[in-house]
Design a protein around this ligand. Structure first.
Ligand SMILES: Nc1ncnc2c1ncn2[C@@H]1O[C@H](COP(=O)(O)OP(=O)(O)OP(=O)(O)O)[C@@H](O)[C@H]1O
Ligand SMILES: [Mg+2]
Length: 1061
């Protein structure tokens, strides 16, 4: 049971959820699309979602199979058109979340899997768009989930409706009226721990924008007998237990109650005051809170619980028989509490409980009760007090829910009423309940057929009458004036004389015995008789046969409250009791209306009210008696399917066409099946559908085209289409997927390309900027360079400092790379820029010195000696003799003639002397200047001119006066000797190819550096002492030696300059 904390909690959660329902249109569309996609999962397509599409729609077994299949998949909702069949899952399915509500909000009814929210949303939107009134009839057997369904619907509205502070207030009251009504009107029964013991119709009033602005509740036929009597395993109304268990100490003290249910005889008859599924304590708190929200004042609450407590005390009042057998009170204490709590004088109360008022013609007499009568009267009073207080409570709630705004409203009614009841023994209550269901079925038939007909008319489709069972005949059997069962029952109750249940039965047999839907033991055939007791009558209801036992019919219908009981109550100071037992109530002189007549007129009122509204249905089914999840009892469900008239309902629904849909919706779903309509149909929807069904090959008898809808006669036609769609869908999905993937990849590619271009641009920009900077720098550098160049010869200043530095560095680098490799290359020293002239010179000097030093260090002693000779040669001839420079590069040798090449005789002759140097020479005769090849040998002291084995001339160095050479490029040398002795030969005119070498050697060996003379023009020499000769040196075209006419030896030498040229 769930009136309690959990209920309130969920109600208040819903309130919060309601506040959060503010999402953008786009979000909503996305969500719906998402959910529509989700709705196509295989699981949700288990079985058939709509029984109208069941091919074997007349087969109960097929119906049951589908229901069972879905139940085991936790799919508790299935449609019959717009009717919702709901099977109680007896477990939390987590299908009532905010998300689920969002899913169903604003979505076409058939787009998503069946759900109570789909119905609620559809009703709400139809109401808003058509601005008319609606009601949702929720029926089913006890424990099938009617009250839960009505709560779910209410919660859906609480969340989905527009919300303002004022509207939230109304919404809270609507939600919280539930726990209060459930506390007072629900009880634990064998079938349901939270069984509603009254029928409830609740109007929710909406303004034109869909805000819930008010509400109104009507209650029907509260099971008052429960106040005084409960079957084993059942309880009294919840509120009694809640008060005793949860009431505050002070309150209990004030009410004279003890915290122990076992103390109160009205609470213990079912022997189950405590139930594990019910928490009376927390439920008490919930009710307290709810009462404060629906504006019950402290005073109201006190008086209300005063009454509840007084009923409990009343139940404890015991009677004893006095000596005359009349009833007297055995214990005054309980009566005292009743008197105190209801504010009735004790004597009046006591008298009222033990006496009955009898009206004779003119006077009133009091007749004492027997003990049984007294107990009966006490219970009747308790029932009346509770029943009327319940009505007061409903009225009070209505006051709080009342909409004060007079502008026009539309309403959605929620009718949570008992469904068909068939027990092993059925009594007056079942009769009333089943009569109520007949009336509602009648209403359904009228409304459905009416709406079907209207739809056909609207769509321009011809109406074809269809066979279905019209239960009007049964309604008439029950309610017809004078002849109906109700009239007969009332007649029996009101007529004077000894009327009993059996006389009532006889009367029925007499008046309606021939009615095809009425059977009794006496009237029936042999076979049926066996199934009927003598006191039974059977009605063949539209939903099946129900056998009623007449016992108690009269009594229950009379619901006799002895007149003075009412009078006693009228003396009460309790304001609620005063309202419940008004002084204006018709007096007992006029018999009050019987229960069944009251019920009949309240039903008539209800049907009249419902007739003006659009009907919607929720049929609840209980899957098993054990209240267990996951257990589907075929027999029990089959029974309910039958008694809820579901097959009948389906038959009516299938009367014409199994399926109808707006062209737009039909086309939208199935357009992929025809190439002309896929992916987009350009024309109108109706033309599109026509094209589509032509392509699908629908036969003319299978469908009809209305003004706005297509009507399909058989489900198989639709299923074939749907199957084709399912196959096609996969192909399409693949195509769409590939397109989408392509689109995404293309998108990605474009993005990447864009990114790449961007990076490229940035990079290029960066590079260009760098390049520009470089160029700028270069321009500056060049400018600076040029300026530096132009001012290079000026003293160092800003303009040229860098240039000069550069020049310096550049020169130094160049110099470093081009340094002369040898001292001899010193003239290849790179030319220095002006600014570095001095430095260059210094460096050159340093470098050469370095080179020289290095050279000198590395040089061998021989080479050194040789070079020293060269130096000597230089000092003698450099700048003096023309061909000297060309000789520099030829190294000197130790000798030009090896010892072996000197004649042995000569060697013997000079053996005492060491030969220092020998060189071949040409000697020119003194007479005639003929050239003769000779060897010139230098020893330590003497120079020898040798011809083969002869020493032709020997010159002591001491006698060597000098040596003459020309300044030209010839290789002549003239050795001047001292000629003291006439016999001695004169000077020698020689030509030596190694002139410089020979002369240097000579100068060193003979130590005659200063005697070597470089002369110009002619050289005089002594041919003999006293006889002179001349050698003339001249430059010429070519080298030539001849004796000139003047007797001189003419030596022409080719000028080195000419040579080089
Ligand atoms: N949709 C549901 N999901 C889960 N549990 C449910 C649902 N509907 C009903 N129940 C369970 O079944 C119990 C009985 O449901 P509910 O009180 O609505 O039955 P009812 O048809 O109103 O019975 P009665 O005619 O006796 O008032 C609930 O207390 C709850 O435990
Ligand atoms: Mg209920």
């Amino acid at each position: 049971m769930d009136i309690s904390g959990s209920s309130l909690q969920s109600d208040s959660t819903m309130m919060h959820m309601a506040l959060e329902v503010q999402e953008s249109l786009e979000e909503r569309c996305n969500r719906i699309l998402r959910n529509m996609e989700a709705s196509l999962t295989t699981r949700d397509r288990v079985g058939i979602q709509d029984f109208v599409l069941l091919d074997a729609y007349t087969s109960e077994s097929a119906f049951l199979d589908n229901l069972r299949k879905r139940f085991y998949e936790n799919l508790i909702y299935t449609y019959i058109g717009t009717l919702v069949v709901s099977v109680n899952p007896y477990k939390d399915l987590n299908i009532y979340s905010q998300e689920q509500m969002d899913t169903y909000m604003g979505v076409n009814f058939f787009e998503l899997p069946p759900h109570i929210y789909a119905l609620a949303d559809n009703v709400f939107r139809t109401m808003l768009s058509e601005f008319n009134n609606h009601f949702i009839l929720i029926s089913g057997e006890s424990g099938s989930g009617k009250t839960e369904a009505s709560k779910k619907i209410l919660q859906f509205y609480a969340v989905s409706c527009r919300s303002t502070r004022l509207l939230n207030n109304v919404r809270d009251r609507l939600l919280l009226s539930n726990p209060v009504l459930e506390a007072f009107g629900n009880a634990k029964t064998l079938k349901n721990d939270n069984s509603s013991r009254f029928g409830k119709y609740m109007d929710i009033q909406f303004d034109h924008q869909g805000g819930a602005v008010g509400g109104h509740i009507l209650s029907y036929l509260l099971e008052k007998s429960r106040v005084v009597h409960q079957n084993r395993g059942e309880r009294n109304f919840h509120i009694f237990y809640q008060l005793v268990e949860g009431g505050e100490e002070e309150l209990l003290r004030w009410l004279g109650l003890e915290r122990n249910c076992q103390h109160y005889s009205y609470l213990v008859q079912g022997c189950c005051a405590k139930v594990s599924s019910i928490n009376d304590k927390s439920d008490w708190k919930t009710v307290q809170k709810a009462l404060s929200v629906i504006e019950f004042s402290q005073c109201d609450t006190e008086h209300l619980f005063g009454i509840i407590a007084s009923v409990l005390h009343m139940g404890n009042i015991k009677f004893e028989a006095d000596v005359q057998g009349y009833a007297t009170l055995s214990n005054n204490q309980e009566m005292q509490w009743v008197s105190t709590l209801l504010g009735i004088p004790a004597q009046v109360l006591q008298h009222g409980l033990t006496h009955r008022k009898i009206e004779a013609k003119t006077e009133e007499l009091f007749s004492p009760f027997s003990v049984d009568h007294a107990m009966y009267a006490r219970d009747a009073l308790a029932k009346a007090i509770y029943g009327r207080t319940f009505n007061w409570l409903v009225n009070k709630i209505n006051e709080s829910l009342a909409n004060k705004d007079p502008s026009r409203k539309t309403v959605i009614g929620l009718l949570d009423i008992y469904g068909f009841e068939v027990f092993s023994v059925n009594s007056f209550e079942q009769f009333c309940i089943n009569y109520c269901n007949e009336k509602l079925q009648q209403l359904f038939i009228e409304l459905t057929l009416k709406s079907e007909q209207e739809e056909y008319k609207m769509e321009g489709i011809e109406w074809e009458p269809v066979p279905y069972f019209n239960n009007k005949i049964i309604c008439n059997l029950v309610e017809e004036k004078y002849r109906g069962i109700i009239s007969l029952l009332d007649e029996e109750c009101l007529r004077p004389g000894e009327a009993t249940d059996l006389t009532f039965l006889e009367k029925m047999e007499e008046k309606i015995g021939r009615h095809p839907h009425f059977v009794t033991h006496k009237l029936t055939d042999q076979k049926t008789r066996k199934t009927l007791e003598r006191g039974d009558f059977r009605l063949l209801h539209y939903a099946g046969e129900v056998t009623y036992c007449v016992v108690g019919f009269l009594d229950k219908n009379n619901d006799l409250l002895y007149r003075n009981g009412k009078e006693v109550m009228r003396q009460s100071k309790n304001p609620i009791i005063q309202l419940c037992f008004p002084a204006t109530e018709p007096d007992s002189k006029k018999r009050p209306e019987t229960v069944v007549t009251q019920f009949k007129s309240s039903l008539a009122g209800l049907t009249e009210m419902l007739m003006s509204k659009e009907p919607w249905y929720v049929r609840c089914i209980k899957p098993n008696e054990a209240k267990q999840p996951g257990h589907f009892d075929d027999v029990l469900v089959r029974h309910q399917v039958k008694y809820l008239g579901l097959m009948e309902h389906l038959r009516v629904r299938r009367a014409g066409f199994a399926y109808r849909r707006k062209y737009e919706i039909f086309l939208q779903r199935y357009k992929p099946l025809c190439p002309d309509t896929w992916p987009n149909w350009k024309g109108t929807a109706v033309e599109g559908v026509r094209c589509l069904i032509k392509h699908l090959g629908y036969k003319p008898e299978e469908y009809k085209m209305g003004r706005t809808k297509i009507f399909i006669r058989h489900p198989r036609t639709l299923f074939a289409t749907e199957d084709a769609f399912q196959v096609c869908k996969h192909k399409l999905a693949t195509r769409i997927q590939s397109k989408y993937k392509g689109y995404r990849v293309k998108g990605d590619f474009l993005k990447q390309k864009q990114a790449a271009t961007m990076i490229e641009n940035c990079w290029r920009g960066l590079m260009a900027r760098k390049e520009r900077e470089k160029r700028e720098w270069a321009v500056k550098a060049i400018k600076k360079f040029i300026k530096g160049f132009m001012t290079r010869n000026q003293p160092t200043c800003v303009d040229n400092s860098e240039y000069l530095a550069y020049v310096r560095q550049n020169y130094l680098t160049r110099l470093k790379e081009n340094l002369p490799k040898t001292v001899l290359e010193k003239d290849l020293w790179p030319t220095a820029p002006p600014v570095l002239q001095e430095t260059s010179q210094l460096l050159k000097k340093l470098y050469i010195r370095h080179m020289v030093r290095k050279y000198v260090r590395e040089i061998s002693p021989q080479r050194k000696a040789q070079l020293q000779l060269k130096v000597q040669t230089s000092s003698m001839f450099k700048g003096k003799k023309e061909n000297y420079p060309s000789s520099v590069c030829s190294p000197f040798l130790d000798t030009r003639i090896d010892v072996e090449d000197i004649n042995i005789k000569v060697l013997q002759l000079i053996q005492h002397e060491l030969i220092k140097y020998s060189v071949p020479v040409v000697k020119y005769d003194r007479n005639g200047f003929r050239p003769r090849l000779r060897q010139l040998i230098f020893t330590q002291k003497t120079a020898y001119l040798v011809q083969e084995a002869k020493i032709k001339q020997q010159i002591n160095y001491s006698s060597l006066k000098g040596v003459s050479v020309s300044n030209l490029s010839d290789s002549f040398l003239i050795l001047h000797v001292t000629c003291d002795d006439i016999k001695r030969k004169g000077d020698l005119v020689l030509q030596c190819d190694y002139l410089f070498e020979a002369l240097t050697k000579l100068s060193v060996i003979a130590n005659k550096q200063n005697c070597i003379k470089v002369v110009q023009g002619s050289v005089r020499f002594d041919i003999q002492p006293g006889r002179e000769g001349f050698v003339d040196f001249k430059s010429g075209q070519e080298s030539m030696v001849y004796r000139a006419k003047n007797g001189h030896l003419m030596v022409l030498s080719e000028s080195t300059r000419t040579k080089s040229r």
